[in-house]
Design a protein. Structure first.
Length: 239
């Protein structure tokens, strides 16, 4: 039994196939990267996994159970968390209240939700901003808060969508360190990212897609030197 598996998944928007007959498996404890040019279907894959969009065809399995036919909140209850490319915290609420909102998935106790939120704040390095309104946070901290809110749901699989986008080198290093800490807790990670240096440095395996279809799957070094990946990013002259 595969820990996580997408089988022959297709998503069409009218006549456009955003994802086309895509299949892959993710092992438990792995950091699995998905790369591709703009518009290649990466975020759409996340939206299909989390049931933000319904599939046109295909199947998705998590721990041996088919999940593409159940509601999004049930998928979260099963242990799949995610972040969004465009972060949208509860702007007028504090950092701790934002995280508590996620913690209420597992408990109805305010005391337990607050305790969980405090643990996650420490884990994510947000302790200086516990009572700061989310709307006052700069982008790097909003992205960290986005991860913290997802962790509050106690996922065993987390989907990270462009966690390092828009960050400077130091901020990216801090984000990468957080991702490594998450992995050490036993959480499996599927990550979408445009910054190739980040993806090559943290991923165990990488899936490269273009026009919603697989063009290469393998270890980071294999993907970096794959002619179809080079062609997709840089054009025929560099392949």
């Amino acid at each position: 039994m595969n820990y996580f598996e997408i089988k022959n998944v297709t998503k069409r928007f009218g006549g456009l196939a955003a994802v086309s007959n895509l299949s892959f498996q993710v092992e438990q404890g792995e950091i699995f990267g998905i790369i591709g040019p703009n518009g290649s279907g990466k975020t759409t894959v996340f939206n299909l996994i989390s049931r933000f969009f319904p599939l046109t065809s295909g199947e998705i399995y998590y721990k041996g159970k088919r999940i593409d036919l159940i509601p999004a909140h049930k998928i979260c209850e099963m242990g799949i968390g995610r972040t969004f490319q465009v972060v949208k915290p509860l702007r007028r609420m504090s950092v701790i209240d934002n995280i508590m909102a996620g913690a209420f998935l597992r408990t109805s106790s305010i005391r337990k939700a607050r305790h969980k939120a405090e643990e996650i704040i420490d884990f994510c390095g947000l302790d200086k901003y516990t009572h700061r309104e989310a709307k006052g946070l700069p982008i790097p901290l909003r992205k960290r808060l986005e991860i913290a809110r997802s962790l509050a749901t106690e996922p065993s699989l987390i989907l990270l969508d462009e966690t390092c986008a828009g960050l400077n080198p130091k901020e990216s290093e801090e984000a990468i360190a957080l991702i490594h800490r998450i992995r050490k807790t036993g959480i499996t990670i599927i990550i979408v990212e445009h910054i190739m240096k980040v993806m090559m440095g943290i991923s165990d395996r990488i899936l490269a897609i273009n026009f919603g279809s697989e063009i290469a799957l393998g270890k980071p070094k294999e993907i970096a030197n794959h002619p179809e990946v080079i062609k997709a990013y840089l054009g025929d002259a560099y392949a």
